[in-house]
Design a protein around this ligand. Sequence first.
Ligand code: 5GP
Ligand code: ZN
Length: 115
Amino acid sequence: MATNDDCIFCKIANHVIESNYVYEDELVCAFRDMSPLAPTHVLVVPKDHYESFADDVPAEVTAALFHAAREVAKAEGLIESGFRVVTNAGPDAGQAVSHLHLHVLGGRRLTDDFA
Ligand code: 5GP
Ligand code: ZN
């Protein structure tokens, strides 16, 4: 598995372009969404390129993504108040960036819609 030269999240995840990081480990990293929909809106992405959650993502990468989402929630102080983890896959979900990412949202009362 590798990165995609044309992919913005590959560049951010591998520090080719720097971003506002809040968590990082060997397999994944997390950074703040550039258009936040909530007081906390963080994206968790694998360092390798996968199109979406519908891709054949190795179990260890899936685990690392969810582990990171919880670490972000802890670091952002969201464990008591609550938070949401969302991933969009494909056109009907409105996926805009074709590199697998989890949205971690919190810090306000979230509606039943996407955020
Ligand atoms: P999607 O609709 O694909 O699930 O969500 C893509 C998200 O990525 C959007 O919330 C959008 O604001 C965010 N985003 C797109 N490009 C960038 C970028 O270059 N930097 C950051 N930090 N967020 C981005
Ligand atoms: Zn990518």
